[in-house]
Design a protein around this ligand. Structure first.
Ligand SMILES: C[S@@+](CC[C@H](N)C(=O)[O-])C[C@H]1O[C@@H](n2cnc3c(N)ncnc32)[C@H](O)[C@@H]1O
Length: 302
């Protein structure tokens, strides 16, 4: 059965969730996603009973309000989406811009859901004044309300009563973690072909982020970090310090959309880094098995 995924989001880890979950420890209390976006790992983890409690956070407040409504008041979000979606017929493009203006004025989550469902590449783009400025995808109406309804109901069922939702800087969320939790981090980063250069709301400062990683390491908190990537011979992302002692795994993410457009056969690899405390809890040899992954123990080649 397909995983429910109500919020369309560029950079979603939905298609890699299976591969990333292979590095989970057998038992942990909570999954914490400080850079949740469309919360693909949280949804997959709930769906496959990997965790029973969850924390999601994103600096983008309307997005976290959308999460709160989807999970805790699904019927009202379903109705909003239905009404907004049906309003577009015969006037699709202008209607999109009207909803975009309404969203920028009110920041109401139901408008954001429609914008994400209908905009080019489901890419969250904000201008310097914080206004959502992505254009509509003129070829599509956006996910139809019936499918959206099913996804919203299923996600609500999976997560209601089990999740805390925050909208703050990731560093405040890391402070909540204990050694019994697992943190999955997918920060925004610049200059990558994967999700950098996309103007998510908010950003992180690399040096502060590295300090946070050292703190987690010193506290013995297990984490998985999605960090850089490469397509063909091109590598993206600044290297992480070797003395974080992270284990780097490269996951085959299939053909990149850029390569597909250019009709080339380039494969995209996405790197995940496992913290030492996590590696202590899993049988890495068993998990990595036969050459699906290229594992570089205690080494980092950016
Ligand atoms: C790469 S996306 C995460 C995608 C997610 N893994 C998914 O499956 O959809 C990064 C997210 O980090 C959020 N973000 C940016 N700066 C942040 C910060 N300082 N603290 C918390 N979240 C932040 C962005 O709004 C964006 O949603």
């Amino acid at each position: 059965m397909k995983l429910p995924h109500p919020i369309p989001y560029q950079g979603s880890k939905r298609n890699l969730a299976d591969q990333i979950m292979r590095f989970y420890p057998d038992n942990f209390d909570r999954l914490i996603e400080p850079f949740a976006g469309s919360a693909a790992m949280t949804i997959a983890s709930a769906f496959y009973f990997k965790a029973t409690h969850f924390i999601i956070n994103d600096i983008n407040e309307p997005l976290t309000q959308l999460w709160d409504n989807i999970i805790n008041d699904p019927k009202s979000m379903i109705k909003h989406y239905h009404d907004i979606w049906h309003g577009q017929h015969g006037n699709e493009e202008e209607y999109y811009y009207q909803i975009r203006d309404k969203f920028n004025e009110t920041k109401k989550p139901e408008y954001l859901l429609f914008l994400l469902a209908k905009c080019v590449k489901a890419a969250v783009r904000y201008n310097s004044q914080g206004g959502f400025n992505q254009s509509p995808d003129k070829r599509r109406l956006g996910r139809n309300p019936q499918m959206m309804r099913d996804d919203i109901l299923r996600v609500s069922q999976l997560l209601k009563g089990k999740i805390e939702i925050y909208s703050t800087d990731y560093s405040n969320i890391l402070n909540l973690a204990t050694t019994n939790d697992l943190i999955y981090m997918d920060p925004p980063y610049q200059g990558t072909g994967l999700n950098g250069g996309f103007n998510y709301s908010g950003n992180i400062e690399f040096d502060n982020f590295v300090i946070s990683l050292f703190e987690l390491k010193n506290k013995g908190i297990p984490f998985i970090l999605s960090y850089d990537g490469r397509t063909g011979n091109k590598t993206y992302g600044s290297p992480l310090p070797d003395n974080l002692n992270l284990t780097k795994i490269e996951i085959n993410a299939g053909r990149s959309s850029q390569a597909t457009l250019l009709n080339r056969k380039e494969i995209t690899y996405e790197a995940v880094y496992l913290s030492p405390a996590l590696v202590d809890k899993i049988d890495l040899q068993k998990v990595t098995g036969n050459q699906i992954y290229q594992t570089e123990l205690f080494a980092n080649h950016g």
